[in-house]
Design a protein around this ligand. Structure first.
Ligand code: ARG
Length: 750
């Protein structure tokens, strides 16, 4: 969804050679004809972050249609001439035929007929010889109309600056257009012309902003003939479809066109102001092209007092903008924490995403959502926000259209009646753009989401670490499946893994907040792993960024802030799912293994120097063993235990030792992995207690234990299968395994 325009090409001047163009008296004088005024709208009166213009405010604005649809903007500079951007007309290095284009003049809304609005065919499109691609400059074009425009209150030309004209940096100017209102979000009907106030940025200031690391891997060089306008903090900008349109500044009661909308990186992003073609340096080129045409464009002299306006200091301070969202005084003190209070229901936890909007699970409100209009008691709904003395009232509830059947879209937006003032104690969480990739290993936290009992207990329980994408993909997919290369957006679930064991937040629901450079993003919602199992999985939120920004028109989407991929190489390649593990392959034996390594997960558990039982390595730091082997009946003291790894059965045991437990039951899956199915029950070599009922306990205690997904064959049934031969289970049901986990500390190597 990159917004930069890369139009590789070579340009030619098409249309009648201006030198031989003689439809009227050739006027060699560079003086402006007295009869044409410019840059003065009738006294009265896309663009991202702008607003509807008043009819007649920008009478030079035109809409350029290609095959009948709006593609670019332009400005009327003379009755027969429109100024626009070269890249609008050049595709694959060729200029599109003028006959495919038409110019709409005096149009305020493209949906309704308006007084004075009319259409003109294009006779010729002129582009500078040296134009190749937008980023290389000269992104300017002239359109000669087949017949002159009808000037009137809503159709008038703008003034053009002379080459010597200096627009003062920091001046507020206006950009207009009917382009997208957000990235990839077109201006909705009735397509009312948008206007936005932008500040001119000095060359140094602009280059400085662009040299900050950011979302688009940029080596962008602002060239002479370009100018920047916008704000370091973004949010107001031109966007796709505004190209060719004017950036105008008022001087001495007239509007001069300082720039032509040319390109940008995304729209309205932080530290990425819009780039415009500066008009003043193109005075000579414009004059040459229109020579002989009467009346021609007007280049009034700049008001004297402005000609000596302050120049940009050579070393302008580089004021970059920092994220405005996602700052928390400390983890857990979330300034965006919102509780939606609906009469007759438990509070529903959500997050503030802008001054006016709260995001929460739609499932909290599904019983109130009807197809015919808003919930009847919406008046009584309240939202509690941090540091606000009183609860906020709700103006609107906008559920996601798929909320009722797609769990990953379980989202609703609530609009507050009155926008709140942001402060350190009350600010929105950052939302990721579609292309955001949360790096494996990111520090994350679980935060309340939806209904459930209030959070309590050790906060370490809420810590999480993001697991790598392929690992995650494989855990929820199948062994041997290929995983697409990383960085391609956020399709799959995100996995957060709780760091510490402890109480299990069984019936509560969580969202996943992840931190990048101290800024918190809402990365995932709807913890969908059941109960206490880990790792927890979340639906990525970035796929919903476009919907959220479309509805709110102001949610704080923030660029990825951390790009350090750590491991190089393998991450970008297509990978095949291994047997599931984070630390390496689990359950796999090396093919050519020697006898003693046949069962690399077997451990010798030496208890109090007198007997040995079999343990199973279930994670790098944990061995599972039968309780009866380790603890003597009736004894309360834990004996001295040593665990030997990588040698089970290889070395003869000292004579004093006797083996007291039978080997565990392992089954091989279709994929070749060995799965621990049961542990021998005391005194038996054939009877096993199933491991699966202990899964929750094991997974809570051992972070990295790997359970094969319940869906894959031929794993156990969730209830725990009866592993006894038929008829042996007895009336009391299958035996439960009495298990013990040993946390290993390194003793001796070798
Ligand atoms: N090139 C775009 C167009 O063809 C204009 C993009 C302006 N982008 C921006 N971020 N200022 O309409």
């Amino acid at each position: 969804m990159s917004q930069h325009l890369l139009l590789p090409l070579v340009i030619l001047v098409i249309g009648p050679d201006p030198g031989t163009f003689q439809d009227s008296a050739f006027s060699p004088s560079q003086e402006e004809p007295e009869d044409l005024d410019c840059g003065r709208p009738e006294p009265s009166a896309r663009i991202m972050g702008g607003s509807d213009a008043q009819p007649g405010t920008w009478p030079w604005q035109v809409s350029l249609h290609h095959w009948g649809g709006h593609v670019c903007g332009g400005s009327l500079i003379a009755p027969s001439w429109v100024l626009s951007a070269a890249h609008c007309f050049v595709s694959n290095g060729t200029l599109e035929p003028a006959s495919e284009w038409s110019v709409l003049l005096g149009v305020h809304s493209q949906d309704e007929p308006q007084d004075g609005a009319h259409v003109r065919e294009v006779a010729a499109i002129l582009v500078p010889d040296n134009y190749t691609r937008v980023e290389l400059g000269s992104d300017v074009a002239l359109l000669r109309l087949a017949s002159p425009a009808r000037l009137g209150p809503t159709v008038r030309p703008v003034c053009l600056p002379r080459a010597s004209h200096r627009f003062t940096h920091g001046t507020s100017c206006w950009a207009t257009g009917a382009g997208d209102v957000l990235e990839a979000d077109p201006l909705p009907r009735p397509w009312v012309l948008q206007e936005v106030e932008l500040r001119l940025l000095g060359e140094a200031a602009c280059q400085c902003l662009y040299s900050r690391p950011g979302p688009f891997n940029l080596t962008f060089q602002l060239l002479p003939g370009m100018l920047c306008a916008g704000y370091p903090e973004g949010r107001k900008d031109t966007c796709q479809g505004d190209s060719g349109g004017p950036l105008v500044c008022e001087e001495g009661g007239r509007w001069f066109q300082a720039g032509i909308t040319s390109f940008g990186f995304g729209c309205g992003r932080r530290n990425r102001p819009g780039v415009f073609t500066a008009v003043a340096p193109h005075e000579a080129w414009i004059r040459t092209q229109v020579m002989g045409s009467v009346p021609g464009p007007v280049f009034p002299t700049q008001p004297l007092e402005l000609q000596s306006g302050p120049r940009e200091p050579m070393e302008e301070n580089c004021t970059v903008a920092l994220p405005e969202c996602g700052k928390a005084p400390r983890p857990g003190a979330w300034p965006w924490e919102a509780q939606v209070m609906v009469p007759g229901s438990k509070p529903c936890h959500g997050a503030l995403v802008s001054e006016s909007w709260v995001l929460a699970p739609a499932s909290c409100f599904l019983d109130r959502i009807s197809s015919d209009g808003p919930p009847r008691d919406l008046n009584a709904w309240r939202v509690l926000l941090p540091s606000r003395p009183r609860a906020e009232r709700v103006a609107r509830l906008v559920p996601h259209e798929n909320a009722s059947w797609d769990d990953a879209s379980d989202l609703a937006l609530l609009q507050l009646r009155v926008p709140v003032n942001l402060s350190a104690a009350l600010r929105p969480v950052c939302l990721p753009y579609l292309e955001h990739y949360f790096l494996p290993g990111s520090r994350c936290r679980l935060a309340r989401w939806g209904r459930g009992e209030p959070a309590s207990g050790p906060s370490a329980l809420l810590e999480a670490e993001l697991l790598s994408g392929w690992w995650c993909h494989c855990l929820y997919g199948h062994q041997g499946e290929t995983v697409p290369p990383q960085g391609g957006g956020g399709g799959g679930p995100l996995l957060g893994e709780r760091r510490e064991a402890g109480r299990c937040w069984n019936d509560s629901r969580w969202s996943l907040l992840c931190r990048e450079e101290g800024t918190w993003f809402l990365a995932g919602i709807r913890d969908f792993s059941s109960g206490c199992l880990r790792p927890r999985a979340f639906s990525p939120l970035q796929t919903h960024g476009p919907w959220i920004s479309h509805v709110t028109r102001g949610a704080y989407l923030e660029d990825q802030l951390v790009w350090d991929w750590g491991l190089e190489g393998g991450e970008t390649e297509i990978q095949t799912c291994p047997p599931h593990t984070e630390h390496g392959a689990c359950g796999l034996r090396q093919k050519a293994a020697q006898m003693e390594h046949l069962w690399p997960w077997l451990a010798e558990v030496h208890v109090a120097g007198d007997h040995v039982c079999t343990g199973i390595l279930v994670a790098p730091g944990w061995v599972l063993a039968a309780t009866h082997c380790v603890l003597r009946l009736g004894s309360t003291t834990v004996p001295y235990i040593e665990v030997y790894l990588g040698r089970a059965g290889a070395n003869p045991l000292p004579q004093s030792h006797q083996v007291t437990s039978a080997p565990p039951l392992l089954c091989q899956t279709e994929g070749g992995s060995w799965v621990l199915m049961g542990m021998a029950i005391r005194g038996s070599r054939e009877l096993f207690a199933a491991i699966s009922p202990e899964e929750a306990w094991i997974s809570q205690t051992v972070g990295e234990a790997h359970f094969l997904p319940p869906s894959g064959p031929p794993y156990w049934s969730p209830e725990g299968s009866n592993l006894c031969p038929l008829g042996m289970a007895g009336a009391s049901g299958p035996p439960r395994a009495a298990l013990l986990l040993l946390l290993l500390t390194p003793l001796i190597q070798g």
